[in-house]
Every structure is written in structure tokens, then in C-alpha cells.
Design a binder for this molecule. Sequence first.
Ligand code: GLN
Length: 456
Amino acid sequence: TQACLTAIDAADALGAFVHKTPEIALEQARAADARLAQGDAPAMCGLPIGIKDLFCTKGVPSQAASRILQGFRPEYNSTVGQQLEDAGAVMLGKLNMDEFAMGSSNETSVYGNVINPWRRGNEDTALTPGGSSGGSAAAVSADLCLAATGTDTGGSIRQPAAFTGITGIKPTYGRCSRWGIVAFASSLDQAGPMTKDVRDAAIMLQAMCGHDPKDSTSADLPVPDFESMLTGDIRGKVIGIPREYRMDGMPAEIEKLWADGTAMLRDAGAEVRDISLPHTKYALPAYYVIAPAEASSNLARYDGVRYGHRATLAQGDDITDMYEKTRAEGFGHEVQRRIMVGTYVLSAGFYDAYYNRARRVRTLIKRDFETVFADGIDAILTPATPSAAFGLGEMGQDDPVQMFLNDVFTVTVNLAGLPGISVPAGLDGKGLPLGLQLIGRPWEEGDLLNTAYALE
Ligand code: GLN
């Protein structure tokens, strides 16, 4: 813990930690020492981790990287955060992220950018660590903590993991409680671990899973011992390679990465089959209707009354002025764009044309996966991202859709509620890490982790 705290202080320039909690960390570390001395050590006893700013942490600022939550110190821990604490984990502090987890580059944070610890060849260009869990990814990659929590609504664990050479798993929707995690799009959001390798992911995920009566969508299912399932034996497993993910203009390096990963799984004794997920091309448009729709509803609670920031009012301003001024000042541009898009697609005149249609598309995407799983596919292998990490300011400045395209391989998994993992799979020609994604059957994270373990 002390070594991490020192490393964190030395790495302020990365912008990964937005709030440090050394007193809490040292107190928890001492308690962990005492438990270890008594021979009563839970699974994560004394392991120093970082917590994404989207998680409510008792008495500690929890702002979802937004101005509108300035000054908010929750009275409680998120369920997942509490479970990690109960498992002995030590909290080093809160990690930077895109505002309300909306983004793919961590550039929408009120705290400013996070710098990817990796460099493109000999260039000085600062690269993004991806997003929205950019602080988590950079912190783990730069050895500021052993692991970090992330959340993934459309790829926010897997894409930053791929951009920084670490492992990140989004579990099946309902595996981890969402209680106490600031909501973005409630039907898509899931928490998960971001770690240095698959074994750490298995151990940390174990601590984060389980039924929570405070989240009505959390599943009341037994949680298997994920670590004990890491045998590396994948003989006889059937891996699907979806042809629709072979996009036009895909960089040759990504093609090669995918082919190499496929060969590795085949060499390990898996059977590889070409499969089709025909509705893949509708996933991004459906996601960028459904996620903003849910966000516009979830973000209605930030009204200047209940939490955080309130605008200074002029003489004669009424309550509507208070709402308007507070929300105009408190939300950044990307969040405002999502609220407007979401409100539009939910409005009476457009609800059927956009929101309902997107929901029907979502069902078709889910069925695509159900069909291949019913045909015997155990896991699906794809690239995690269409490129390696890009430079700060390089993407989406004039056209937000350019940024949205980064999520092309990840959003299908959230729409279908499936578990997905990104594992580091090598470097591109300029020495930047690239990730491969494995998508598993619902509730079979143990199997998925084991397949990822074989790929590691
Ligand atoms: N990049 C996607 C978005 O901006 C996904 C974000 C996430 O998974 N939280 O919505």
C-alpha cells in the first residue's frame, strides 16, 4: 500500500487518480496486516486497489467526473465497493473517468484528461487510455495499484483495458449489483474488475459478484469459484469467429491479431468455427438510441436540489431558472448531447420511430447470440477495438460519431447482456498494446475466464 501511495504521488501527471485516500488506505492496510497475522485473511486481504469515481464511496467525494456532483460525499458505499472492502481490499483513492461514463477517451471528465502510460513509437504525442474507465486502466497499467474497478455500459471496461495492455471483464448483466454506482444506462451498466491478468480478474470478480436485494436486476444465482476454474484446458471448446466483425477498412494489424488469437485457441485444442451474427451492423445505432434514452431519464435527478452543484441565481429567478442554470453549468457538452438525444427519442412523436425500434433491434441482436450458443458455440473471439490507443484530441472533435465508432465491437455484448473480456494480445507496429475480446454464454464467466487464460 505504501509503495502504491508513493507511486501515485509520483504519477500525478497521468491524471489517473482524482481523489487520493491515503489515510483510509493505511488504516485498511493495518487492519489487513492484523487479519493476516491472525491467519484470518479473506481473498483480497491487503491488496491495494483504485475505485472508479462512478462508485459511491462513504465519506469520500464521488462525482462521476462531473461538475454537477461537486461536493457530493455519499453516506454509503456501493454494494460492490463494500464487498471488495469486506474481502480485504485496500482503497487507494478514486479514479478518473469520462463524465457519467459517457465517452471512449476519458476526455469528457471535469478533472481533465488521463494520459496513457504507453507511447506510440518514439513520438511524444500523449495518447488516451480509452474510456470511460480511463483512470482505472492507466492506474493499473502504470503500476499505481494492483487492480481497479471499472464499469461497462458499451465497452468502458474492455476498450480502455485493450488500450493500456491490461485485462478487463464485463460480467453478465445482473452478476454484480449496480446499487450505489451512479447510473448511466441502467439496462446496460455492469461493474467489473480491471487487472493485470486473468487470474487477478477471476479473484476480484469473485469478490464483486453476488445477489443484492437492493438491486432488483441483480441475479440470485450461486457464484462459482472462478479461480479454481482456470485450468487452461480448453480442449473440445467451440470458438465462433463472427464474419460480421470483419469490417471494411480494418487495419491489417488487427486482422493479424485476430488470426493469431484464433490459431492460439486452435493449438490449445479448441474447435474454431465461422459464425454469423447478422444484426451486428445495427448494434451501434441501437446502442446510441437506448443508452442516451436511459441516461436522459437517470440524469433527471440532478436538479440542483438533491445533490452537488447549484447555480448562483439572480434576483427574480424561479425554480425553472434554477434547474436550467444548474444543469447548463453542471453538465459537460457530451452529457448534454446525450440528454438531448435521449429526450428526443423518448418524446411522444418519435418514441416508436427511434426508441421502440432500437429495442426491437436489441432483441434481434440478443437472438443472434442465442442462436449460435444453441448451435454449440462456447465463446466468440473478436478484436476488442478497431484500433490501438489514439492521441488526445485526435478523435471526435468535429464529429462525435467518429468516437462512437470505437465501440463497434463492444456494444453488442451489453445489448445482449452477455459476459465479455478483453485480454492483452500483443503490440502493434508502433509498440502499442492491442486487445482481443472473448464473449461468453450468460452466467458462464468461469468458462470465459478459462478460455481467456488459455489466450494469455
Ligand atoms: N463509449 C460508450 C459511450 O460513450 C460506452 C461507455 C461505457 O461503457 N460507459 O457510451
